[in-house]
Design a protein around this ligand. Structure first.
Ligand SMILES: C[S@@+](CC[C@H](N)C(=O)[O-])C[C@H]1O[C@@H](n2cnc3c(N)ncnc32)[C@H](O)[C@@H]1O
Length: 255
């Protein structure tokens, strides 16, 4: 990887609060190799704030990147925040960003839920995982591609989150998960429902293809994953809630 300088991503909105929509927009240090916060990040952050789910909650941000969602959760009044990412640089950036905003965030490095304590549960799990269909079934290990590549159908991480979220949610707790409609929201909803969660769509937004989608549009077209003239994708935020009183997932979790 070429050495990119660290950069501070200052969104167009004011540093901590956009009073016009009540959304939290913390400025973030981004280390080379970390995901640059973008529309999917803020769509999920706005859903979390708009639904008032973070206040007083034990929050987990899985696939945290720069820590944007973890910091927003802390600023929105979460009781405890944990952030997990596979990437060393993302974990480092999250620690720095939390400190810059005076946010208390426990940062763990590892694969999805693996670094958590056994039996540890949360009132709110937020995730903006890699979800872009790629040419290979192998996930990149050390490149920026690890932030978005998610296997042939874009579901390698999403399916694992769907399978494991139920057991990581406290009764009454919710998962907020964002991904592209190219990744197949109907399948995601079915998987979450099969695991015993109650699912609804809480937010949608249409975005023009960014550089990653543009660079693989031809490939996605050839596989019928997008229409021949498609140049936009839908982003969708799903909420999956563990019913109070539910004990066991309906189907078994994967590893
Ligand atoms: C799309 S980025 C999202 C970053 C951030 N949540 C945001 O919304 O700006 C996905 C992140 O998932 C991380 N990631 C990829 N595979 C992972 C895994 N198996 N476990 C944990 N994190 C992973 C990547 O390093 C990257 O930071």
């Amino acid at each position: 990887m070429t050495a990119e300088p660290a950069e501070v991503v200052a969104p167009s909105a004011p540093p901590l609060l956009d009073p016009t929509v009540g959304a939290l927009r913390p400025s973030l240090l981004r280390l080379p190799g970390c995901y640059p916060v973008q529309a999917d990040t803020w769509l999920l952050a706005d859903a979390m704030c708009g639904l008032g789910l973070a206040a007083g909650a034990r929050v987990l941000d899985v696939c945290t990147g720069t820590g944007a969602l973890a910091v927003v959760a802390a600023l929105a009044g979460a009781a405890e925040v944990t952030a997990v990412d596979l990437s060393l640089r993302s974990a480092a950036a999250t620690r720095v960003n939390a400190r810059r905003h005076g946010a208390s965030v426990r940062v763990l490095r590892g694969d999805l839920f693996a670094p958590l304590d056994e039996g540890e549960t949360f009132d709110l799990i937020v995730s903006n995982p890699p979800y872009v269909p790629s040419r290979s079934a192998d996930l990149p290990r050390h490149t920026l591609g690890r932030c978005w590549d998610a296997g042939f159908d874009g579901r390698m991480l999403v399916d694992r989150i769907c399978a494991q979220a139920h057991d990581r949610l406290a009764p009454g707790g919710s998962l907020l998960l964002v991904h592209s409609t190219v990744t197949d929201e109907v399948r995601t909803m079915a998987k979450l429902q099969d695991s015993g969660l109650e699912v609804d769509v809480v937010s949608r937004q249409t975005e023009p293809f960014g550089p990653v989608m543009r660079s693989r549009a031809e490939h996605l077209r050839s596989r019928g994953l997008i229409a021949s003239d498609q140049s936009e994708e839908g982003l969708v935020v799903l909420r999956a809630t563990r019913p109070i009183g539910s004990t066991q997932p309906v189907t078994g979790a994967d590893s």
